[in-house]
Design a protein around this ligand. Sequence first.
Ligand code: ADP
Length: 578
Amino acid sequence: MKNFLRNLKLTWKYTKTQRIKILSFLILNIITIIIGIILPILSANQIIQLTNNSLEQLVYITLVVFGIEVLRNIVDYIARMFMQIIYRETFKEIQIDLGREILKIENKCLDENSSGVFIQRLTSDVGSVAEIFNVLNNHVTRIITNIGILIAIFLINKFALIFIIIMLLLVFLLEKRRLQLYDINDKSVRNKNESAVGFISELIRGARDIKMLNAEKSCINELKNRITDVNEEKYNFLKIDKKWQFFRGMTIDVFDTGIVFLLIYLILNQNLEVAMALVIYNYMGKVIHIVDYLGSLAEHIEDFNNSCERVFNIINEEEFSKEIFGKKHLEKVNGNFEFKDVSFAYKEDEIVLKDLSFKVNAKETVAFVGKTGSGKSTIFNLLCKMYDIKDGKITIDGVDIKELDKDSIRGNITIISQSPYIFNLSIRDNLKLVKQDLTENEMIDACKLACIHDFILTLKDGYDTIVGEGGISLSGGQRQRLAIARAFVQKTEIILLDEATSALDNETQNNIKKAIENLQDKYTILIIAHRLSTIINSDRILYLNDGKIEAEGTHKELLKNCKAYKTLYESEDIKIEN
Ligand code: ADP
């Protein structure tokens, strides 16, 4: 109950814009509840008038009952409309906040969890949370209405009421036990479900690769295993649920027979009229639902609490750590930065960078070369504070990045990667993502510089062409050029190119190289390049081996002083000649 109140309070915060509607809704509900209590009492009165042969009174009460029923339907209709709006708006507010908070989660946590964890929470869990007001409304209204029926039974015969209350208590205890088991099983069903949804999302994202690999069979087998796991968990759940429902049904049947005996006994002892006995019997059928409503309310509350735990654990940082930034703000950086004795590991004990130190001056162009896995991309990740370092210090313009706010770091660095993510939006909107007030001229200039303008003009809808999820309708090279255009739009002081031109043909690569060379001396540029030919004009080249800088200098200096670099360069020449 304590959890429920805490969760309700947390959910309540998301109804800020809906408070007037909630108030109106509550007033309408109070009217419904009052009607719910009055109606059974009036109906009992109807029967009393009928058995007393007071026809005039009966007609009068019948008309009143009819009027009240009409009023109830109208009030109910308006209340439902309000409820739908309150539900939708609360859902939206929580979902947006959760989406925002998911984007704040540390990359380390994102790497460790499947997307299913977040998809489930963003969709079905948010639904269960936002639904709580509707659930409370429906159940509380019905429960109170049933209390009205109990009052009506009390007015007719106290013994019958005591009998019915004993039955309700017993059924309630059975229901309580069922709910305890429900809670335990519900949690494990959700965990299994997360794993299945995670795999389904990978299956869809990786569909093209699965086809190319001809791996449909094994992927479907994996899917089958995960869904079977979920189903088995659900069947166990159902078995327990049905067993307890059976006990409950049997108990009700016993009491059903019991009440018939009690009513006959009361009639024979002239304590009850036959008509009243029929009313009580009829009410008993209705009032048993009070246990259903209580049970279902408890079930929904359990569901709500579990979903709240999963949603608010993300929002309130109880399960996944969030990125931490400092408070210092640099509007525009010059572009100097330094790594001082930086050590870093993605996973404990798997050191990727060891006591790495180097300095890059503003407007310098520095290239990183070395074997795959030597830690080049990791340097870029750390500079953007995508991961936190273990030891050492990284500074931008002399300020430790731990002290800087998010905008000072990521707003001043653009990273163009080997496989940039392009969104399923138009080309224009993809570019606008990084600059909302992008003008037509700025957009065209950036695309011309990135050698993609002419290609865009050949598309039917030009800049308004939608490019598909991940930019699937574009070739690898076109995606890279669009990402480069996006970086030209961003125009940050520091530009990181991580194999950014690897998918381009030689001619386009030369064009891009010229565009990048135009940027040289104006921006701080770091380049990781597969082909050394693209970086030989850099001011400096750092040769990285196993997380350490092995040599440093210009292309010519390295050819002279670094054997590994020379070998790498020569092997490339051979490749080019071939
Ligand atoms: P490079 O860019 O030089 O090819 P990386 O910096 O990408 O090398 O990778 C360095 C090492 O870190 C590799 O051994 C790689 O397996 C590991 N690594 C890279 N990214 C991650 C990650 N997100 N989680 C765990 N290990 C990673």
